[in-house]
Design a protein around this ligand. Structure first.
Ligand SMILES: NC(=O)c1ccc[n+]([C@@H]2O[C@H](COP(=O)([O-])OP(=O)(O)OC[C@H]3O[C@@H](n4cnc5c(N)ncnc54)[C@H](OP(=O)(O)O)[C@@H]3O)[C@@H](O)[C@H]2O)c1
Length: 178
């Protein structure tokens, strides 16, 4: 599984259900990196998409615990065990973890790599965050593309790799203990 995210200087990713910055080139990058792949996300991230609808051309797997929630055009999962069943047999690089805060924190160590758009700004207000990969021993910054600028913001497309990928079964075992 590959995580994809845009973060500010403090790993902030969102506020009040929305994104922090508008960077059309990052949206294009997201579209290109996820095209044809299976997207995994939480219910609130799906609701943050235009019209609360899934993006075209890529299967969506959406987490929710609400038994009355039945959005169209997505596969719903209630647990990591159900996620494991839904993605079984898919190559790891065909599954993209797209947020938000709760799903990134739950599943980041099960990802092989993370595509992190690093935005050179500090959001004035934020309530959602990505795990600080620089502070995690198992994660390493592999490369960053050349710096770009748009809408007065500098940013770089970077890739982190996980040197000790945890199996989903570890998270499933924790779920079972709850
Ligand atoms: N900058 C970026 O790249 C980026 C990317 C994605 C999202 N975001 C931002 O992140 C924020 C949303 O993050 P968030 O953490 O509040 O929401 P989220 O992770 O998108 O969705 C949370 C919801 O997912 C379900 N869920 C979470 N863990 C679960 C589990 N273990 N089992 C079953 N269901 C589970 C629950 O749905 P129910 O309540 O229905 O049970 C929960 O309320 C927004 O501001 C969004 O814009 C930013």
């Amino acid at each position: 599984m590959i995580a994809i995210v845009a973060v500010d200087e403090h790993y902030a990713i969102g506020h009040k259900g929305g994104m922090l910055f508008h960077l059309p080139d990052d949206l294009k990058y997201f579209a290109a990196q996820t095209r044809g792949k299976t997207l995994v996300m939480g219910r609130k991230t799906l609701e943050s998409f235009p019209g609360g609808k899934p993006l075209k051309g890529r299967p969506h797997i959406v987490f929710s615990r609400n038994p009355d929630y039945h959005p169209e055009g997505v596969t719903l999962v209630r647990s990591v065990k159900e996620l494991e069943q839904a993605i079984r047999g898919l190559p790891g690089d065909e599954v993209m973890l797209c947020g938000g805060d709760s799903l990134y924190h739950l599943l980041i160590d099960c990802c092989d790599s993370a595509l992190v758009t690093k935005i050179e700004a500090a959001a004035k207000q934020a309530d959602s965050f990505f795990p600080n990969l620089d502070a995690k021993d198992n994660w390493e910054l592999a490369n960053c593309r050349e710096r770009q600028e748009q809408n007065g913001l500098g940013f770089r497309f970077c890739e982190y790799v996980n040197k000790a990928v945890a199996p989903l079964n570890e998270i499933i075992a924790m779920e079972d203990k709850k």
